[in-house]
Design a protein around this ligand. Sequence first.
Ligand code: 13P
Ligand code: SF4
Length: 345
Amino acid sequence: DEDERTERIEAALDELGDDVVILGHNYQRREIVEHADFIGDSYQLSKEAANADAEYVVFGGVTFMAESADIITDDDQKVILPSMEASCPMAGMAEALQVDAAWAEITAETDDDIIPITYMNSYADLKAFCAEQGGLVCTSSNAHKAFEYAFDKGDKVLFLPDKHLGENTAHRLGMEDEIVEWDPWDPESKDAAAAAENDIILWDGYCQVHERFRESHIEDVREEHPDVNVVVHPECRREVVEAADVVGSTSTITETVADADPGEQWAIGTEIHLTNHLSRWHPEVDVMPLCGDACMDCNAMRQIDPNYLAWVLEELVEGRERNVIRVAPEEKELAQVALDRMLEI
Ligand code: 13P
Ligand code: SF4
């Protein structure tokens, strides 16, 4: 039962002491975040990984986050993901091989310098590709700064994989007229020349959790609660972001509710576990999910079952390292360049 499992996790953590640090993304289940040394968004967690002294970083999150932690930490530190099944579908929508082929087509159509930016939600080989082409990584909290960096260096941006974050960032910078969406697999839209004409080329990827939010969810919640405020993640569709009161990363969403006055109503447009944490952490605020009864649950994040957390920790106590995430050395160095460029902006 849960109490017994909690005792097992605590006993293993006592035994491991400073050898282990647990990082928990805001979308992890309560039974994971309550054991985390740090809870945060993917940018904050990458900074915590970089600062960690522990030999083992146990990551409550998804594969691309654990990969980033492995890239950022020292070579003698190891990153452990409690389940190897925790893979973000959006990261899988832009595979480095496909991007490489698309890149060749687009760059053949223009003499302009294109700078690729990949969202943190991508695999290490794509981050390495971006570094090689003079580009960088960004998260939802610094995408606008990454665009500014790229336009400083080149003429155009190829943004991967999340078209909604790309579109929302272009709007934030007043560059919405420069957007072209390009789906390299769709024969109808497969026109590299047309894509290369605009300054912001958006890859056709998206988050299946955030894409399910609709403007009608905002209309419905406002009809039912006339005083409600709405905060959403920038992975949501443009019209949802436009209709919301506040938009931001999972840490911005967390801070927004933390700063709310008692009795304020906040509808949260993001993954349901964060909404549930916010209700628990801030009982004085009236927190509600934006999606009504529909459950916006991230399958990938959900793979990190607390039983797996207990297992990897108990195995470490026994001297066995399970589920170590290792990025290939040739990718690691370049991906680090792309991440360092982000950490510098
Ligand atoms: P944050 O960087 O805002 O934590 O978002 C990560 C993510 O996966 C959102 O779906
Ligand atoms: Fe990926 Fe969306 Fe899950 Fe975030 S919420 S990890 S972007 S599928």
